[in-house]
Design a protein around this ligand. Structure first.
Ligand code: HEC
Ligand code: HEC
Ligand code: HEC
Ligand code: HEC
Ligand code: HEC
Ligand code: HEC
Ligand code: HEC
Length: 386
């Protein structure tokens, strides 16, 4: 127990120093310290969720097909590409004529229409019905809906969960019964930039010229959400100006490891984002950059392991846990790989590493388990280790 507490304190102290350091020196050495996403997007050049380019610089994924056909084909199959869907493209909505949930004194209903879906809430006397604007989340773990009423966006009070094959309360929303039918629709996203941030992580080119413009976005996280607007790259490549073309697009594969993890963290939340938002306990489980960077594997290997060791962003993630073994064994084997590092070797098993060292935890309200990216030895009966 004392040891754990000590590690926790050390963790927090180290975090605040890292944050202070990152923020004070960012203009000097932007490339080598973990940073907050809000600071990253202020630097010159592209960064995911940055909203300064103009809409006509974005071409959409079909424009990449002629030269990067296989990436376009496989990326389309990823949940990221479907992080925001038109209701008529949502499998969860298409396969249910009607979804209902009673959260007294209100009753919710989502019914399939000829085109799209209708969301209704009633208190038995009055009813508000609205067409759904967007379905957020492919729906593998859950799907939440966005509604628009009189110019205000709402996050639906009920979400779809595949394990329930039905609706339940949207995680993170107040459990208290709303006092008006209007409030019962969902959480209104009135305060500054919230809707914009939602769309910034789930779609491509929703904010352009610093203006939120959902009418012209490209649904889902597609090529240019990560690589930046592609018009200049495509024009140069077509003209066979290779050098100009390469300069006009970001290749995150060339970033150093700290930047690479922050890159995915633009949406998955970077280490510093998590510290600044003071998200402690099980609520930070899903912020993989933060969890990974707490691991000895990251700290003691001089940032030798990034998201890209285990995930190809152009493909759906590998579901077979044993397929991750070779990444672990690239460091944890004896004798050391030629020219490579040798980490300690496991005395317990030679395979299925992540099944023990990256356990899955249930997140309250989510009806699903998520993978802990804080790689470590799990002591018997140990709960979530913050
Ligand atoms: C006319 C052909 C062409 C089109 C269209 C095209 N690219 Fe490329 N792209 C290339 C060539 C050639 C390279 C360099 C060789 C390579 O990495 O495949 C390249 C390289 C890249 C790189 C790596 C850059 C680097 O510095 O290594 C990225 C990222 C990229 N393209 C993204 C895109 C995106 C996103 C689109 C669609 C908006 C796109 N490309 C459309 C031809 C094209
Ligand atoms: C522009 C925002 C954005 C960026 C940048 C981003 N992601 Fe994602 N990612 C998402 C969203 C949103 C989802 C949820 C998709 C869903 O389930 O609807 C997601 C889901 C995922 C998943 C789970 C789905 C699957 O493939 O099985 C993985 C793995 C993943 N991202 C890896 C990465 C990696 C690695 C990077 C960095 C190279 C990255 N992401 C960068 C927004 C982003
Ligand atoms: C900072 C970026 C970011 C913002 C802002 C954001 N999301 Fe997400 N969202 C993600 C990522 C990344 C995932 C995938 C997380 C994972 O699988 O670990 C995700 C997943 C989801 C999912 C899929 C179910 C689930 O929990 O995996 C839903 C639904 C969702 N987000 C809805 C929303 C809504 C609604 C908003 C605005 C109120 C929003 N998100 C704002 C990045 C973001
Ligand atoms: C979630 C973020 C993300 C999305 C979405 C994404 N990429 Fe990438 N891309 C990366 C990262 C990270 C790398 C560097 C690692 C690698 O090479 O896989 C990369 C590398 C590349 C490269 C250069 C490396 C190589 O293998 O030639 C090309 C070309 C490329 N991407 C094209 C595309 C195209 C086309 C799309 C859309 C179909 C796309 N990317 C969507 C993150 C992304
Ligand atoms: C880039 C190299 C690298 C990779 C890849 C890597 N590790 Fe590590 N890991 C280390 C280093 C270095 C340490 C510190 C102890 C040591 O020297 O082994 C460590 C420590 C550990 C520890 C002990 C942690 C503790 O808190 O005492 C475990 C367990 C572990 N790694 C498991 C894994 C598993 C499982 C994977 C694959 C999912 C993996 N590692 C991938 C380098 C790596
Ligand atoms: C050492 C390997 C490894 C590294 C490094 C890694 N992941 Fe994962 N990731 C996994 C495994 C294993 C799963 C679970 C696969 C499954 O069960 O489907 C997973 C699952 C996920 C999921 C799906 C949701 C969940 O919680 O199960 C997301 C999103 C994700 N990773 C994002 C990231 C991001 C972002 C990074 C970089 C910060 C990253 N991962 C680094 C191995 C890794
Ligand atoms: C059945 C669960 C299980 C599996 C599977 C497993 N481990 Fe372990 N591992 C453990 C436990 C438990 C310990 C702690 C042993 C102890 O302290 O006596 C451990 C310890 C470790 C350590 C720390 C060693 C040290 O000397 O401090 C590393 C590194 C490690 N495992 C890596 C791996 C790798 C790599 C794999 C896959 C090849 C793997 N483990 C598979 C349960 C597992």
């Amino acid at each position: 127990m004392p040891m754990r507490f000590g590690r926790f304190l050390f963790g927090l102290a180290a975090l605040s120093i890292a944050v202070a350091f990152a923020r004070s020196v960012k203009s000097l050495v932007p490339a080598s310290v973990p940073m907050a996403t809000e600071d990253r997007v202020q630097l010159p050049g592209w960064w995911p969720t940055k909203g300064t380019a103009s809409r006509d610089e974005f071409l959409g994924p079909d424009a990449c097909e002629a030269c990067h056909a296989s990436k376009v084909r496989t990326q389309k199959q990823t949940p990221m590409a479907h992080a925001a869907l038109r209701p008529e493209d949502s499998e969860a909505l298409r396969s249910h004529e009607q979804l209902t949930l009673s959260l007294p004194p209100y009753t919710y209903q989502i019914s399939r229409q000829e085109a799209g879906s209708l969301y209704s809430v009633t208190d038995g006397k009055q009813t508000i019905s609205l067409p759904l604007s967007w379905a957020f989340g492919l729906g593998q773990s859950g799907q939440t809906y966005i509604l628009e009423r009189n110019g205000t966006f709402y996050e639906s009070r009920v979400s779809y969960f595949p394990v329930l094959d039905g609706l339940d309360s949207t995680p993170g929303q107040s459990q208290a019964a709303p006092s008006t039918l209007e409030d019962a629709l969902g959480r209104s996203m009135l305060y500054a930039g919230e809707t914009q941030r939602c769309f910034g992580c789930h779609t491509t080119a929703s904010t352009t010229n610093r203006r939120f413009d959902p009418g012209h976005l490209i649904p889902g996280v597609t090529c240019e959400a990560c690589h930046g607007p592609g018009a200049k790259h495509v024009a140069a490549m077509k003209a066979e100006k290779i050098k100009v073309g390469l300069k006009a697009i970001l290749d995150p594969g060339q970033l150093n490891p700290v930047d690479q993890v922050d890159f995915c963290g633009a949406c998955h939340r970077s280490y510093v984002d998590v510290v600044l938002s003071k998200t402690f306990g099980i609520r930070n489980l899903r912020f993989q950059p933060y969890r990974l960077e707490r691991s000895q594997c990251w700290i003691k290997s001089n940032s030798g392991i990034t998201c890209l060791n285990c995930h190809n962003p152009h493909q759906p993630r590998a579901r077979d846990l044993a397929s991750y073994d070779d990444r672990c064994l690239s460091c944890h084997r004896s004798p050391a790989p030629t020219g490579g590092r040798s980490g300690k070797v496991c005395a317990v098993s030679t395979n299925n590493c992540v099944s023990c060292h990256m356990p899955k935890y249930e997140v309250p309200g989510m009806h699903a388990k998520f993978t802990d990216h804080f790689i470590r030895v799990i002591r018997k009966d140990e709960g979530y280790f913050d």
